[in-house]
Design a protein around this ligand. Structure first.
Ligand code: FRU
Length: 487
C-alpha cells in the first residue's frame, strides 16, 4: 500500500490543506458513515483513552491518525459530552512534540485531580534512527478551558523486567490511594503481563513499581495491551487484550481477543487479584478491542470499546478512514456474572415505536430492535437485508440450545475473511431469550439477555440493504425504534 513508514510518520504540519480537504470530502460522502456512533472525521481511530468525568462533563479521547486509514503518528483526539450520547468534537488534545513521545502519543487514561485539572497519563512512543523502540509513561494536565500542559519528564521508564512493549497506563484509586496498571511483555520469556504501580505519598508524579499483577495461572500470549481494572460493588473486574493468547486457554476467533476476569479481592501490597475466574471473551462478535472502563463518580462502572482490530483492513480504508467507538456500556454483576449494556441515556435516541411481524423497511439502518424469543424456539432474524433476501446479516436465535449465531458472509462488502464469517454466543438453554440490537449504518451491537452476552461487528452493505426480516414458526413480533441523535 502507499502507507510507507515515511508517510505514516510525516509531521502533521507537512500535510497540505488541499489533501486534507479532499480527504474530508471523500470520508463525508461515504455511504457507511454512522448516525450515532463516534467515528473520525478523517483517518484512523483506535483505542478509547482518558475516559473520565471532569469539569461537569464526560471526557473521552481516542487514538487518532488524521491523514488516512493507517496506523501512523498517533495523537489523542478529545470529545466531551453532557449525556454520554451527544459528543462534542474538541480536536486534538495530545500530540507528539518532544523526545519522550516523538513517534506517537499512545494509549492511556485520565483522572481528575481537582476542579481545575484533569491528569492525563499516556505512553510516549519513541523510535531511534535504527527504528529501535523506547517507551515512556508521560503525564499532562488538561485544564477546564481545554489547554494542555505536558510534564517535563516521564513519570515511569521501562523497567528491567520488561521489553520495550510496555504501555497503556491506567490510573485508578483504591482505598484512597492512586495506583496504575500497565501492559507489558516480560523480558525473561517474552510473555504478556500486567505490572502494578503505586503513587508514592499519593502524588501522581511519583510512581513506585509494586510488581507483576497476578490474576491467572495461564500463559498470557506475547503481550497484554490496554489493561483496565474497575470495581463493581468492590469486586475487581479486569479487562485486557492478551495478544497471541493460546486458543486452548479460551477459544476466540478474532486476530486478538479482548478478555476479562472477575476476581474476589484486590490486594495491592501483594500485587494480586485473588481467586479470579478463568479468562472470558468480553464480546463474542467480530471486532471489539481495547475496551476502557472506569468507575464514574455517579457510582456506575462505564466502558467504551474500539469497534475495530489491529492489523485488519476495512472497506472504508479506500475512502480514507477506519474505526469507531462502541456505545457507552454500563458494567454490572449479577450472581457473579458480568453484564454489559448500553447506558440508560441511550434510550433518549428512540423515536416512535414500531411493531414488526415478518419484515420492515427501516429506511435508515439506524435503529434499536427488541425481540423476545420464547423458550424452545428457533428464529431467524435478518438485518441489513435487501428486498429479495440475497444480501443480509443473519442471526439464528435458538432458545432450544441457548445459542445465538451470527453470519456476516453475505452482509455486504467482505473483509477479514481469514478470521471467518460466523460467531456464536451461548446462554442458558431452554429459556426465553431477549435480544436488544443496535444497528447504525455499518455496525451492529447485539445484547443478549440484557448484556449477558454481547456480539458486535462491522458490516458494509449497499444502499438497497435496509430491511429487517423475521422468520419463525410461531407468530412472533418485535419492537423497533429508529434512533436519531439530532438534538
Ligand atoms: C492497542 C494499541 C496500544 C497502543 C495503541 C497505539 O490497540 O496497540 O497498545 O498504546 O494501540 O495506537
Amino acid at each position: 500500500s502507499k502507507w510507507t513508514r515515511e508517510l505514516r510518520y510525516k509531521p502533521y504540519s507537512e500535510w497540505d490543506d488541499e489533501y486534507v480537504v479532499a480527504l474530508t470530502n471523500s470520508v463525508a460522502s461515504s455511504k457507511w458513515r454512522t448516525g450515532y456512533h463516534i467515528e473520525p472525521k478523517t483517518g484512523l481511530l483506535n483505542d478509547p483513552n482518558g475516559f473520565s468525568f471532569f469539569n461537569g462533563k464526560w471526557q473521552l479521547f481516542f487514538q487518532y491518525y488524521p491523514f488516512g486509514a493507517a496506523h501512523g503518528l498517533k495523537s489523542w483526539y478529545h470529545l466531551e459530552s453532557e449525556d454520554l450520547i451527544h459528543w462534542e468534537e474538541k480536536g486534538i488534545a495530545l500530540q507528539s512534540d518532544n523526545n519522550y513521545d516523538s513517534h506517537g502519543v499512545y494509549s492511556g487514561s485520565a483522572y481528575p485531580i481537582d476542579e481545575e485539572k484533569l491528569f492525563l497519563f499516556y505512553t510516549g512512543n519513541v523510535r531511534d534512527d535504527n527504528w529501535n523502540r523506547f517507551t515512556f509513561q508521560n503525564g499532562a494536565f488538561m485544564y477546564t478551558d481545554g489547554t494542555i500542559e505536558k510534564f517535563d519528564n516521564p513519570l515511569v521508564n521501562q523497567p528491567e523486567e520488561t521489553t520495550d512493549h510496555f504501555r497503556d497506563p491506567q490510573i485508578f484509586r483504591y482505598q484512597n490511594q492512586f495506583y496504575m496498571i500497565i501492559g507489558a511483555q516480560k523480558q525473561s520469556d517474552k510473555t504478556g503481563a500486567i505490572f502494578l504501580y503505586k503513587a508514592l505519598s499519593n502524588n501522581i508524579k511519583n510512581w513506585n513499581l509494586i510488581g507483576e499483577l497476578t490474576f491467572s495461572r495461564s500463559e498470557l500470549g506475547f503481550m497484554i495491551e490496554c489493561p483496565t481494572l474497575i470495581f463493581i460493588k468492590e469486586v475487581p473486574v479486569l479487562l485486557f487484550c492478551p495478544q497471541g493468547l493460546s486458543q486452548s486457554i479460551h477459544p476466540y476467533e478474532n486476530i486478538y481477543p479482548n478478555m476479562y476476569i472477575i476476581g474476589e479481592t484486590f490486594e495491592p501490597t501483594n500485587a494480586a487479584i485473588t481467586n479470579a475466574t478463568s479468562l472470558q471473551n468480553l464480546d463474542e462478535g467480530f471486532e471489539v478491542y481495547a475496551t476502557q472502563a472506569f468507575n464514574a463518580p455517579d457510582g456506575r462502572a462505564l466502558s467504551v470499546s474500539w469497534i475495530g482490530l489491529p492489523e485488519i483492513s476495512y472497506p472504508t480504508d479506500k475512502e480514507g478512514y477506519q474505526g469507531m467507538l462502541s456505545l457507552v456500556k454500563e458494567l454490572t454483576l449479577h450472581n457473579g456474572k458480568l453484564k454489559q449494556y448500553p447506558v440508560d441515556e441511550t434510550k433518549s435516541l428512540r423515536q416512535i415505536e414500531h411493531i414488526f411481524h415478518r419484515s420492515l423497511d427501516t429506511k435508515t439502518n439506524r435503529f434499536e430492535l427488541e425481540l423476545t424469543i420464547p423458550k424452545n424456539e428457533i428464529v431467524e432474524l435478518k438485518l441489513f437485508s435487501n428486498a429479495d433476501e440475497t444480501r443480509y446479516l443473519a442471526f439464528t436465535l435458538d432458545s432450544v440450545n441457548g445459542k445465538v449465531s451470527v453470519d456476516r458472509e453475505f452482509a455486504g462488502e467482505r473483509f477479514g475473511e481469514e478470521y471467518g464469517f460466523k460467531r456464536e454466543a451461548f446462554v442458558t438453554k431452554k429459556e426465553e431469550m431477549k435480544i436488544n440490537l443496535f444497528a447504525d449504518t455499518s455496525v451492529f451491537e447485539c445484547f443478549v439477555n440484557e448484556g449477558e452476552r454481547v456480539i458486535s461487528g462491522r458490516v458494509f452493505p449497499d444502499e438497497s440493504q435496509t430491511f429487517v426480516y423475521l422468520h419463525s414458526k410461531i407468530d412472533l413480533s418485535g419492537k423497533l425504534w429508529r434512533l436519531n441523535n439530532q438534538k
